[in-house]
Design a protein around this ligand. Sequence first.
Ligand code: WTA
Length: 678
Amino acid sequence: MSQDTNGSTTTAAPGSGGAGNGDALENLLHEGRQFPPSAEFAADAVVSAGEYAEANTDRPAFWARQARELLSWDKDFSQALDWSNPPFAKWFVGGEVNAAYNALDRHVENGIGDRVAIHFEGEPGDTRSYTYAELAEEVRKAANAFEALGVAKGDRVAVYLPMIPEAVITMLACARIGAVHSVVFGGFSADALRSRIDDAEAKLVVTADGTYRRGKPSPLKPAVDEALTKPGHTVSNVVVVKRNGEDVNWVEGRDHWWEDTVSAASGEHTAVGHDSEHPLFILYTSGTTGKPKGILHTTGGYLTQTAYTHKAVFDLHPETDVFWCTADVGWVTGHSYVAYAPLVNGATQVMYEGTPDSPHQGRWWEIVEKYKVSILYTAPTAIRTFMKWGRDIPGKYDLSSIRVLGSVGEPINPEAWMWYREVIGANAGKNGETKEHPAPIVDTWWQTETGAQMIAPLPGVTATKPGSAQVPLPGIAIDVVDEAGESVPDGHGGYLVVREPWPSMLRGIWGDPERFKDTYWSRFEAMYFAGDGAKKDEDGDIWLLGRVDDVMNVSGHRLSTTEIESALVSHPSVAEAAVVGAADETTGQAVVAFVILRGDAPNNGDATVLELRNHVGKEIGPIAKPKHILVVPELPKTRSGKIMRRLLKDVAEGREVGDATTLSDPTIMSQIAESLRK
Ligand code: WTA
């Protein structure tokens, strides 16, 4: 780890050996650049290097201090951490805290009610700003409205909304009354929504008529209607936000317009403290098996670590900064760094509804210039897309307000990192001026399961390296271990693990404690297994190398190979399917499916492929549609019947096929190659 702040650049490169993923790793091996913080930045940074020493002396005590400094507790806790029954942790035992009060009302009481909490920018160009006082009032109204619809503490609420302020209002209103929200990304299908509603037994669904996508209305309500057609669900009410004004189907007695229920409700509502371990939300994510897992987060620990990391990693100065996290609230990044942390920290943030290219490819930079965004948090896939569009586009805007840049969701390749620094971070105005000290980049590694950032440089402390998330955050115990669970020396690779419990860790998988233990805690004794490969370089800095399991990462979205295979096999024409994530220049990975059709099913070429793609779209959602579907006569299997995805990946990535000697039929790969040539 390098905490060098004196301006020198060293040339340490990550060592060799251990887990790796081909070419990308080779490039990383030659990456030796380092960028220490400027003296000015370091002098004004909210967190200094001393924090590591304090945190690592007594982790629970460090987190207890953060919990008390960053949050207002209705009842103080008596114990920082109870780890007497691992892997089931309890943080801030006996404490009581209300998330919505902490995000909103207390700021009003503390005299910053007039500060803008959210600058909302709709895709068609409509805008709305909410001050803390206004947003607090909306949340109290929503809390009253949901209670009037019979939602009580502990009940589950499914949220199927676009990126509009009502999404945040709904989440915080649930938190206020102790109801557990389960946000389902708007890109998921009716079937996926229904299975999530059923798994959590949601009582209420909050949705919108629709949103806008690339200038056109894009519906949401029809998916809710379709999800609820089959009987046997637990939903008694649906609240509908009017967003794009398109006609919607209406079920009397079940459906209620937001403006008739929420907007009409009283703005008086008293928040009570909930137990620190009270469930805050469930968020479904893909794992290695077909069924998505409902990741459960609770209140006190989650709020503490999201707020701490938001402050420390982005060097947040809430009085002056304008924060913009581009993630959708349907993903964990949108939970932790849109709905919760920025508000708990009293910051001003931007929320944007649409795509980066609507109505033109400069839309994001126009937004940065307009609101003087100072901290931008986005994903490598977006950065690579902007690289493709060209540096002239951001060059037309004044991005000089930017002082910290964040990255999340997948490993960021050094070229994308350098582009981000030079084109966005160094922009000092639209006339091509550049900054002497470009904005530092913080690459943040974390997961739905970890709840908050776990590995990241601190921008005023760490000399950053293009492509590396580098250092575990203060109070976080990360390691890289070999197959046997032994810590690897610097210069080697292996599996990423967390050695000690952390405040925002998942508390379980909804309704399935065994699966929680099996998935995360059984691979290595007494360690959390993240599912990522990683490497320590000669300085001990960590480089993430991608998933080591059957989880793919497409544009920073997690997709399971098994889940897509199950969707394909559920089509009457498909006998068998194997899915791999193939390297893709823009999206990181792309879904490539190999299918065997049933004997009696016709192969109509492109029409069959189109039908199968749409079928996956219907079963899971448009984001899961394979980029390529290849119809093949056979799949490569070992003698024990396991599909050798490694060989299919070679085909999908256009490489020479690797060692195929363990196949039950060694001629399969040439048969596949032959069938693809046709
Ligand atoms: C990957 C998103 C490398 C990783 C917050 C992890 C990353 C999965 C990074 C979690 C990063 C996330 N560098 N890889 N900075 N951030 N990942 O649950 O494989 O949607 O396991 O959470 O994304 O994805 P999830």
